[in-house]
Design a protein around this ligand. Structure first.
Ligand code: F6P
Length: 557
């Protein structure tokens, strides 16, 4: 396919379009009765089981999707990413988050330079620093050990680390290492969030990590200045050197801010902000909380995994991600979990017309990577909830209203098993009963005939009828260990890349978020000019002008 040709102009895309009507005629009830099909739609890798049999798709659909992948040059694009080519063309950057979790002796070049030694230099520095803080050999300005950490960052400099922390804090092994320590995240610029974050913390025993790729993000820098003030007003300005460290690609700005460059942990422009959890962005705060050993790659285990001895794997976060990277790079498409996830997303969004998914981003572009306007949508709206929370809120809509393809993610072993005496099943069994039941409820639905058979009163039959035929896929993980969390994150990162490679967009830039940022900067200037110099609000539309005036009047000192 020529690089400026849109994927929708290929024969393979048109073939899939023509195939939609056949699929729409077939209910999932029928598809699910074909055991051979269902068996072919189960894929297992390194302890993870993917079941995509409840997708509105047949083996013929999958075959057509693999052909589409071929037409889009998916394999070549994956290779170009791993080979360090500048596939983020709008920013002229390589896309190498996979190097962040590669073993120490791997070679992953960017512009002919091996990136792996630099990655390991930072990892070694994190290991040393986090051990000093945790052991109490690094102390605060008043000589007290630093037991609490506030990580300040937003977007990709926040969400990934928060996600991993949320999983690890209840993991028996990891939480054991976190005893007596707290990790908090400050992202939002609302002053209430600052207040919530520092409540109960003592500046004398708090270490602050400012996490910002650019070190210019308005919210993060304002929060960093606010917390710097909190520390220096309590302990004096010299205390900042002992209580604040940074993670950034911009070490010059880190120094200008007043943080000792020796206490800055670097990453590189070839790590996209939204793909940065495996860099110092995630590894530093998580190592401070849980110890470096929970997040590191463990050389020996990696070696064993390479030889298929998966029972010997270690439970480490980066190593889990690395295992999925190898799988994504080398597995054939019909056995490749991230590729399958990506292709099924394309099928749901671009062919079946389902714009949302209950379940990372930088997709959703309006133009192709060559700047050609797209006549199709190139992303989905993701949302979701843990456990059965969703069941008691939006599941009504997904069962009877609009069709929203779902990802169900379950784990075999609970981190905190509870067996109450006298209960029929354990608490985890109760949770998992829903994991197994909901996909079938969505797929099969309930017919009026079944309801009649159950003697449901006639007037309630329309209300209790469920059309079914609602696609979902299920991922079953062995546990929520650091290793499995690493795998899960890497699978979803690669899924986004697969979708972008097929839709022909750049999944690694994010121009779309810039407009809001520049408009906020105009508003900020106006607020300053009106408050400090009494200048009138001008240059905004009627609505914004009226709201801003009201705000300025109501919040004047
Ligand atoms: O607004 C989007 C974004 O640029 C993300 O990609 C990034 O993770 C976030 O803002 C924060 O940026 P930074 O790490 O440079 O502060």
């Amino acid at each position: 396919m020529a690089s400026s040709t849109l994927i929708c102009d290929t024969e393979q895309w048109k073939d899939l379009k023509a195939h939609v009507d056949d699929i729409k005629k077939t209910h999932l009830r029928e598809l699910m009765s074909d055991t051979q099909r269902c068996n072919s739609m189960m894929v297992e890798f390194d302890g993870i089981l993917l079941d995509y049999s409840r997708q509105c798709a047949t083996l013929e659909t999958m075959d057509k999707l693999f052909k589409l992948a071929e037409a889009a040059g998916l394999k070549g694009k994956i290779n170009r990413m791993f080979n360090g080519e500048r596939i983020n063309s709008t920013e002229n950057r390589c896309v190498l988050h996979v190097a962040l979790r590669a073993p120490r002796d791997a070679v992953i070049n960017c512009d002919g330079k091996n990136t792996v030694p630099d990655v390991w230099q930072v990892l070694d520095k994190i290991r040393e620093f986090s051990e000093r803080v945790r052991s109490g050999s690094w102390v605060g300005a008043t000589g007290k050990p630093l037991k609490d950490v506030v990580a300040i960052g937003i977007g990709g400099s926040f969400l990934g680390p928060l996600f991993v922390h949320t999983a690890l804090q209840t993991d028996p092994e990891a939480s054991e290492f976190a005893r007596g320590r707290q990790l908090r995240f400050l992202a939002n610029v609302d002053p209430i969030d600052v207040a919530r974050n520092i409540t109960g913390l003592n500046p004398e025993t708090t270490l602050v990590v400012v996490v910002s790729k650019t070190f210019t993000t308005a919210e993060t820098m304002l929060n960093a200045r606010t917390i710097r003030e909190w520390i220096s007003s309590a302990l004096g300005p010299e205390a900042v050197a002992k209580h604040m460290v940074a993670v950034s690609t911009n070490l010059t700005l880190v120094e200008q801010f007043g943080i000792d460059p020796n206490n800055a942990f670097a990453f590189w422009d070839w790590v996209g902000g939204r793909y940065s959890v495996c860099s110092a962005v995630g590894v530093l705060p998580l190592s401070l909380q849980y110890g470096f050993s929970v997040v590191e790659k463990y050389r020996l285990s990696y070696f064993l995994v390479s030889f298929g001895k998966t029972d010997a794997v270690d439970t480490r976060f980066l190593q889990g991600a690395s295992s999925i990277d190898k799988h994504f790079y080398s597995a054939p498409f019909d056995k490749n979990i991230p590729v399958l996830l990506g292709l099924l997303s394309i099928w749901n969004v671009s062919f079946l017309g389902h714009p949302a998914r209950v379940s990372m981003e930088s997709n959703g572009k309006g133009v192709s990577i060559d700047g050609v306007p797209l006549p199709y949508e190139s992303g989905e709206i993701d949302f979701g909830e843990p456990g059965t929370n969703g069941q008691h809120s939006f599941y009504q809509l997904i069962h009877q209203g609009r069709v929203v393809p779902c990802d169900f993610i379950g784990v075999v072993k609970s981190q905190q098993p509870v067996y109450l005496k006298g209960e029929v099943v354990s608490n985890h069994d109760e949770l998992m009963s829903n994991f197994f039941a909901q996909p079938d409820a969505l797929a099969y639905g309930k017919t009026p005939q079944q309801l009649q058979h159950e003697n449901v009163p006639h007037h309630l039959i329309p209300h209790k009828t469920f059309p079914g035929n609602r696609p979902s896929l299920s991922l079953l993980l062995p546990s929520l260990s650091a290793y499995n969390i690493g795998q899960l994150l890497a699978m979803y990162e690669h899924r986004i890349a697969v979708e972008g490679f097929i839709w022909g967009i750049n999944s690694f830039d994010q121009w779309g978020v810039e407009l809001g940022k520049s408009l906020a900067s105009q508003v900020r200037k106006q607020l300053h000019a009106s408050r400090k110099k009494g200048e009138p609000v001008e240059g905004f539309n009627f609505s914004t002008t009226t709201m801003m005036k009201r705000y300025l009047e109501g919040s004047a000192d």
